[in-house]
Design a protein around this ligand. Sequence first.
Ligand SMILES: [Mn+2]
Length: 345
Amino acid sequence: MRRVRVLLVADTHLGFDLPLRPRVERRRRGPDFFTNFECALAPALAGEVDLVVHGGDLLYRSKVRRELVYRAFEPLIRVAAAGVPVVVVPGNHERSAIPYPLLAAHPGIDILDRPRTLLLSVGAERVAIAGFPFQRDNVRDRFRRLLDDTGWRDAPAAVRLLCLHQTVEGARVGPVGYTFRSGADVIRARDIPAGFAAVLAGHIHRHQVLTTDLEGRSHAAPVLYPGSVERTSAAERNEAKGYLRLDLRGNENGGTLERWRFEELPTRPMIDLEIRADGLGPERLATRIRQALRKVDPDAVVRLAVSGRVESTAAEVLRAESLRAISPKTITLSLRRARGTSRSG
Ligand SMILES: [Mn+2]
């Protein structure tokens, strides 16, 4: 049987830090998300894959302006127009707000807007793609029923995929590797039945592939998270960002995942700087900040924390416009309150 090549991208969060009419001129992170989304789809436009799955959170939040929805779907429409089918799982950021009927009107784009199973002819192979949109309430207890509602068992296909935007048991996030175990929003690994080649998932922003449950028992199918295409919070600052390429082969039991490859995307470094303000007047505080910023990567996304006692005369330096004036134009700078900060005067 023929190989089926799938490109899995998720959590693109388009619209993040991308104001329509910015009030101040500064380097935004918004374009980075679009750039990486386009980068991730390049293999599809080059004819290197047979199917593209977007695992959800296409957009950065659920209420967005219409123009952003068009911009976000435009790269997917180009992929579909090139003859590569596209499947989208609605994430928590797009459950109802997106004008899906409009976008679903494109014959090459399918949206898992309710529990259902899509049957696609991919090359010479029949591929079944089951899934449902993000479920907020107690997906743990409702998962088996939702899966049954997709009708996946009846799909006559050599490769079956399950597409989700949810947390599966064992998924890890954050700098210290917090592990999801038993919450109402966590799907039990053992509830994923045999009969799927793989589970393609969004929602967890750290790339990972889960193959065993918390007791070490093998999953019936591997769960693959490509992770987000850019960092959406400082908790992701040490994570590689990218997308996944999967090679699947059909058989009588829903097919198998022959191999997968994580393709890393370029990201700007995310850096935390801390400056102690004790006893510094405005000029010295400004100089201290300027010197610190000069040492970091000029492309960095910097979170500046000022700790200690900020002199009343120096507080002015920490205003957004003053900070912009002393920081290199290529840096994206934000101020966060450090612990133990106090102001005198
Ligand atoms: Mn997300």
